[in-house]
Design a protein around this ligand. Structure first.
Ligand code: ATP
Ligand code: MG
Length: 405
């Protein structure tokens, strides 16, 4: 289906019109073969970056030289961006800083990629090209390095994390490739050379993946959790992973899972993983937890909590609380929380200070007192919306305030 999208066809047609070969590569092919939805389509081509730009222009497509020194041009069709990269070969292998030279040899291009499952290519007609045995590995869910694993890791230590990340997404972390596992263990110290941004990107993909917990278990066994997120205590980590499995298996939010896994060192994590402000806030909220309100018994208090703190704090905070304490929570309680947050969204307070002033209360602290009293009544009355009822209550509170003066 993804190959039949008009935008995809337009980019392929543009490249082919100039006599260049083009194939989809990487994530799109891998996901399509696994039945996972395809997000973005990366394209590899024999055309040089300059040719790609020329051919795109000739076909009326916009293109941007996003990484032209690495051979990448972004071609936009129907507002969809495609990364079109010229086939490359590493000449001096320093990984990401490798000096690359362009080639027209598909196998050479495949050799510089990280894993066999990421070195699958696909023609527009759906023919799959598999120069390095990626199909066989995909079938048995094996994440296998291309070439000598240790040497490939030393070129780019991010491949350590990508090894675990792809296992969490597509592989079987209970049956890791022994050579790959031995290699990442041996090169563990290289993690220290990675920037927080690069770690975060891979770690979040890993945390959000269906197989996150088995992959994290494998990482813990190999001693990777402590250097990455600064939690120690192997026993504690074991319990946290079990708790994530139990309480967060249906909540793939990486921030929640990170909160459940961490030992409450949020400042530390924010710095280490270069979290965005929003993520740091989410992490802090999750770590703060939420009161153990059961909406089945105490719906109004639960609503008040959502009104004051937001639905995310209500559901996420509780999940993280439960995970961190490995509480004995039954499924119904979990479901109830999620269902309340889903079916009910907190309304905005229906009155403003100006409404109080209009009722004859002079601007000043009296307005605040009336507003506060109104809010208390409004929450206790289960957030009524009828304008008449609201107006009557506000008028009465304003009258009381005027009299008290
Ligand atoms: P996703 O679906 O998460 O985007 P992806 O396989 O497309 O997965 P990307 O990080 O987008 O992953 O990279 C695209 C392709 O580029 C990979 O499939 C792989 O072939 C190659 N690649 C990316 N990063 C590296 C790396 N660090 N070392 C070697 N090859 C890499
Ligand atoms: Mg990709």
């Amino acid at each position: 289906e993804w190959l039949r999208r008009p935008a995809t066809r337009a980019v392929f047609a543009a490249l082919r019109a100039g006599g260049a070969e083009a194939r989809a590569v990487g994530g799109a092919v891998r996901n399509a073969l696994m039945g996972v939805p395809v997000k973005d389509v990366d394209i590899a081509t024999t055309a040089s970056p300059e040719e790609v730009m020329r051919l795109a222009a000739r076909a009326g497509l916009h293109s941007v030289p996003t990484g032209i020194e690495h051979g990448t041009v972004t071609v936009i069709a129907d507002k969809v961006p495609f990364e079109v990269t010229t086939l490359r070969r590493d000449i001096e292998t320093f990984g990401r800083h490798a000096r690359v030279t362009f080639t027209t040899d598909w196998r050479e291009d495949a050799m510089r990629r990280d894993f066999t499952i990421n070195a699958l290519y696909c023609d527009l007609d759906g023919t799959v090209h598999d120069p390095l045995g990626g199909l066989g590995d995909l079938e048995v869910q094996r994440v296998r390095f291309i070439g000598d694993a240790r040497a490939r890791i030393r070129e780019d230590f991010l491949r350590i994390l990508r090894f675990f990340r792809f296992m969490a997404q597509y592989g079987d972390a209970d049956l890791p490739d022994p050579e790959g596992l031995a290699a990442v263990r041996a090169e563990k110290a290289g993690l220290a050379q990675l920037s927080g941004e690069r770690i975060r990107a891979e770690l979040f993909l890993l945390l959000a993946a269906p197989g996150a917990v088995p992959a994290l278990r494998l990482m813990r066994d190999a001693g990777f959790i402590a250097p990455l997120i600064g939690v120690d205590g192997n026993v504690e980590t074991v319990a946290r992973l079990a708790a994530i499995e139990r309480h967060l298996s249906r909540s793939p939010d990486p921030v929640l899972r990170l909160a459940a896994l961490s030992a409450g060192t949020q400042e530390n994590l924010r710095e280490r993983l270069k979290l965005s402000g929003l993520e740091a806030e989410g992490l802090a909220t999750a770590l703060r937890g939420a009161p153990a309100l059961d909406p089945r018994r105490d719906e109004l208090a639960a609503k008040e909590y959502i009104y004051r703190n937001g639905a995310a704090a209500f559901t996420g905070g509780a999940l993280v609380d439960w995970a961190r304490s490995n509480a004995d929570v039954d499924d119904a309680a979990r479901t109830e929380r999620a269902s309340l947050a889903e079916r009910w969204s907190a309304p905005k307070l229906p009155v403003r200070g100006a409404d109080v002033i209009a009722l004859g209360v002079p601007a000043g602290p009296g307005v605040g007192r009336v507003m506060e009293a109104f809010e208390m009544w409004w929450i206790a009355a289960d957030f009524p919306t009828e304008p008449k009822r609201i107006a009557a209550q506000l008028a009465e509170l304003a009258r009381g305030e005027r009299r008290a003066r």
